[in-house]
Design a protein around this ligand. Sequence first.
Ligand SMILES: Nc1ncnc2c1ncn2[C@@H]1O[C@H](COP(=O)(O)OP(=O)(O)OP(=O)(O)O)[C@@H](O)[C@H]1O
Ligand SMILES: [Mg+2]
Length: 547
Amino acid sequence: MLFDEISQKLDFSSWGEEGSSSDNSSDDCAAMTRSPRISSPASACWTPRVQRHRSRSNAMSSPSQCTSPIPYASWSKLRLCDSPSTPKSLLSKSSKPYSSTKISRHQRSLCLASSAASLPRAPSVNVNPFTPDTVRRNSEQQWRKACRSDDDEEYGQRLKHSLTSSEEDDEAFLPPKRRAVQAFMLSRYESEFLELECIGVGEFGAVYKCVKRLDGCLYAIKRSRRPLAGSANEQLALKEVYAHAVLGHHPHVVRYYSAWAEDDHMIIQNEYCDGGSLTDAIVKKEVQGEIFTEPELKDLLLQVSMGLKYIHSLGLAHLDIKPSNIFISQQPSTGAAAEGESEEEDGSSPAGVIYKIGDLGHVTSTNNPQVEEGDSRFLASEVLHEDYSHLPKADIFALGLTVLLAAGASPLPQNGGEWHSIREGQLPKLPRELSSTFIDLLQLLLDPDPTKRPSAKELCKHPVLTEERAGRLATQLRRELNVEKFRTAMLEKELQEARQAALSPEPDLPLQLKPQAEMGSLPKSGRRLVGGRKARSMSFGCPGYGV
Ligand SMILES: Nc1ncnc2c1ncn2[C@@H]1O[C@H](COP(=O)(O)OP(=O)(O)OP(=O)(O)O)[C@@H](O)[C@H]1O
Ligand SMILES: [Mg+2]
């Protein structure tokens, strides 16, 4: 099924070479789909402005009359979620009929372009109530900007045009022309996503940070730069999709959601990593005059090894490990272990980040290798010599160089004497001291003999890497133990008080709350005295008990 979807060649003429550009804006229908905006709660729910202005009916709004590639149900869902109103209020709004009978060609196109539910343009963006506040705050401005620019310029232009072209009104009920037909072919990218910014450009494609209109979550959408058909890029693109699909979910591999072909370009929807790439992090540290600490470097090595262990366990090799293909997710402040982490992955990262392996365009099977060499700066010598018998160890070699770059090594050579000396076991120079055990381990990763390099599985258990994590885990456990001790002490105290209260016939009450007891009579049985049983509330976040 996936393959069918990918191999489909679709002529989405509404989408230009650059995903964000609007080079064919003469196509009103298609252009309409490129103008998403967040509508205000006060505005009518998805009533096209043109229609509101003219009080025209939407005669084409019946689902049966439109042939949008997107099912009616999805559109209506999107429509319903357009404003922050409750679903019920939205339902009632959305079911309001439009009342007049004649529409202009522009209106009709608009209706056709936006499918059965009479959406004027690509749907707006939903706000996911489960999105952490920090993520939402960071993205909200971009959403607004992306939506507003559409609103103010393109949409205004189209509205003006539509309002002045009354001569076309008579064509309202003529068969739709090609322009309108083209509008059926809504770009999936544009109808489902709102593009916020370009976050990276690589050899293969450009990557955009987008918010999915339906779920309101952020995604990284990678689009091949060149048309695919018949090119080597087609194979690379397919490789990437195949690999993602097989790899499933792992905390240290960028998560894949979907892929499709559009206008002969491959589009891959992946998890968005909010910390950018490791290259970005290295550059940022350099600019700030900082360097990765040894515990941070060990953590980087350990986390990427975990991702590689998973990839290798499935009989695959990545073959393009390098800083620009390792992405960073900021760890939630709770420090909780990410979903799916095994016992070796407990304990939070010292830098509070999760490293994820991405860009699977060079992944190959280790049993039946189809090697498309990655970046020569990270290429192991044996792969250059077409010895593919230890491909996972080529990933280990590249990982060693990646960590050395993070440790402050100068940019790596693409070829020449220095390139060879690194492959002969000569470590690049570092601007600072690292512990000898760590240097020895890095040296081992770069061993000219691939069989001597440790496997990813071995690295995940390597004492040099795990002792840091074990230390952090012990600290965390000690802290939790102290909290539990405090909780137990409080409970014991309460128990003691309860015992004393049970032994003494009369609790120590405030004067005004001592009714009969004052007058020499015992409280009636079953009668509850205020303060007799104190309800306690406790807070265990006591800083004094931390380690
Ligand atoms: N999931 C993501 N989250 C955040 N940023 C990303 C993501 N995917 C890609 N990027 C950014 O886009 C850049 C290019 O992405 P990617 O490596 O996938 O493309 P590419 O064209 O295959 O690159 P190359 O072939 O040059 O390695 C990355 O270096 C990173 O800065
Ligand atoms: Mg890349």
